[in-house]
Design a protein around this ligand. Sequence first.
Ligand SMILES: Cc1cc2nc3c(=O)[nH]c(=O)nc-3n(C[C@H](O)[C@H](O)[C@H](O)COP(=O)(O)OP(=O)(O)OC[C@H]3O[C@@H](n4cnc5c(N)ncnc54)[C@H](O)[C@@H]3O)c2cc1C
Length: 359
Amino acid sequence: MTKRIIIIGGGYVGVQLARALDDKAEVTLIEPRSHFVHAPAMIRSVVDPQVLDQGLIPYDDLLKNGQVVRARAKSVSAAGVTLEDGTEVLGDYIVVATGSDNAMPFKPANDSIEAFRADSARIHAMLEAAQSVAIVGAGAVGTELAGEIAHFMPDKKVTLLSSEPSLFPTMPSKLGTALQGKLNNAGVTTIFGARAENLESMTEPYAGELQLSNGDRIAADLIFPVIGSRARSTIFETLPGITKGAANRVKTDPWLRPSDLPNVFAAGDVAEAGDAMTIVAVSRQTPWMEKMLTSLINGKKVEEMAKYKPWSKAPFLVPLGPQKGNSYLVIFTAGDTITRLMKGKDLFVPRYRKMLNRT
Ligand SMILES: Cc1cc2nc3c(=O)[nH]c(=O)nc-3n(C[C@H](O)[C@H](O)[C@H](O)COP(=O)(O)OP(=O)(O)OC[C@H]3O[C@@H](n4cnc5c(N)ncnc54)[C@H](O)[C@@H]3O)c2cc1C
């Protein structure tokens, strides 16, 4: 009998896995939003609103055989998934890929894509009107945002603030040094080792004044809080044997199982499996998950399968607008040309439009 696979969440894990298993099992993808949100494009959308529509991709054409159920999952059991309206969806294997939240306008605040479009347009207008911009948090998103504003809106006074001692201190120092040099040359002020003590909002940009831990104050017409993602893991709370790690992620066993239930798996941002919260991590976890689920469908047992091995060193690409940037590619650090060709130019948009069968 055909096995039933339920995937909760149509982000990078959900879309890639559902598509890969569509002709091998009876796939149900549960996702409350009408469109896939391609996160890398959301940064450029803040400065160039035309990019937004390219990065919001409808789910309508994703599956040929399986179904996308437009709903929010409320709980999981060994038998399947209960939706918020009480409907039960039965399955043999369940993959939870509910991802993470981030501040606006980088990820939607709720399930309405129309509301997200309106929020994105509102924040773009705020940015256009602002003369000074402070970005709190110099992870990849904050750094890329600084680079995009410097490229597309060179007249803005941009300050990038980090509580870390330097840019990307856990990566080879060449990467952070090169990116910082390019940002400074483009007029961005970088401040390290100082924490914003009085962030008024963690979820959306606002005008105000930052009090820094070093005693300084920065007034800005627009302050972007960019302090990282938090996993959406409440769905696990009723499952036996769950342990949460950093950023609300759930810890998994070596076969990406987060609880005592042997047929419930987790991947992507929600799962703490030894990888960072990145699409790069998903690009390793999802093929592994596909292979494992295919073997289970064919009668193998989970423990007979090779364990998942996270990236030991993962590639990391940081464009600063469409032309410049640097990338850590494990065996070497690349500059503008490679970063532009690999990511900065199109932000992987064509790849994900193709994955959702939208060209
Ligand atoms: C602005 C930005 C830019 C980024 N750029 C990069 C990059 O360039 N490279 C890189 O490697 N990483 C990047 N990342 C990180 C990357 O976006 C995440 O690692 C990735 O989104 C994780 O994929 P996911 O499938 O785990 O979850 P998500 O993409 O977060 O998707 C989760 C999905 O689950 C759905 N969902 C949530 N709860 C439920 C529920 N209860 N029921 C049903 N569905 C539910 C959500 O609606 C969502 O569609 C970026 C992140 C941000 C915020």
